[in-house]
Design a protein. Structure first.
Length: 210
């Protein structure tokens, strides 16, 4: 039994993949850089600036640090405009039911996400009341696969990593969980990752593990 459960946000509690894709695609198109869904999949769990580096690596043009910051900012404005369309309906009933059941069992719940838009997404979907703590892109200096975001989440919950499970859909997130000493549980793409401690096909299966 684990006292705490830490959830990655994007790809675990809901998916804003299409919005990230549309925002990055518009930037890439303006620059004439090839960008498709396959490249977008590589950006899962990766920070905004690292995502930009991956996109720009498809171009031979050299961008200054100022140009990169401006591009990342432009992408974020477009992404945030798209996020405004999010409603509580973006979260599957199974996700809400699983969170409620875990809370009813006395588990402490946290979010551990690289996104600096985490609080906005939680508010728009009404998930903000479901968690005891939030650790996100605004309180870390190192991205996954560094364990910092999850170590902070455990700290915010007042629990040791060994007492917490981490649920992730990204390989970098599973690596981060393992590096931090957490039980790693993979869902989606990460369910097939050989380093994942446990794999689930849907979130309610968590109730059989934690
Ligand atoms: C999550 C998503 C990534 C995204 C990152 C940063 O980890 O899976 O695709 O790049 O957050 O998001 P942000 O909202 O800070 O740009
Ligand atoms: Mg994710």
């Amino acid at each position: 039994m684990k006292k705490g459960v830490i959830f990655d946000l994007d790809g675990v509690l809901l998916s804003t993949d299409d919005m990230h894709y549309a925002a990055w695609k518009s930037i890439a198109d303006e620059l004439g850089i090839p960008f498709d869904r396959q490249i977008n999949n590589r950006l899962r769990g990766v920070s905004r600036m690292e995502s930009l580096e991956i996109i720009l690596s498809q171009s031979s043009r050299v961008f200054s640090p100022e140009e990169k910051l401006a591009l990342a900012e432009r992408k974020n404005e477009r992404y945030r405009a798209l996020l405004q369309g999010l409603t509580p309906a973006a979260v599957a009933p199974e996700v809400r039911d699983t969170l409620s059941a875990l809370r009813a069992r006395g588990r402490k719940l946290a979010v551990g996400s690289s996104s600096k838009n985490t609080r906005l997404i939680l508010k728009l979907t009404g998930l903000d009341s479901c968690f005891d703590a939030v650790s996100d892109g605004t309180n870390i200096t190192r991205s996954k696969p560094d364990p910092e975001v999850f170590l902070k989440a455990a700290d915010f919950l007042g629990l040791a990593p060994a007492d917490c499970a981490v649920i992730e859909d990204a390989v970098a997130g599973i690596d981060a969980a393992r590096a931090g000493g957490f039980l790693s549980i993979g869902i989606g793409d990460a369910a097939a990752y050989e380093k994942t401690d446990r794999s689930i096909r849907s979130l309610s299966e968590l109730l059989e593990i934690v």
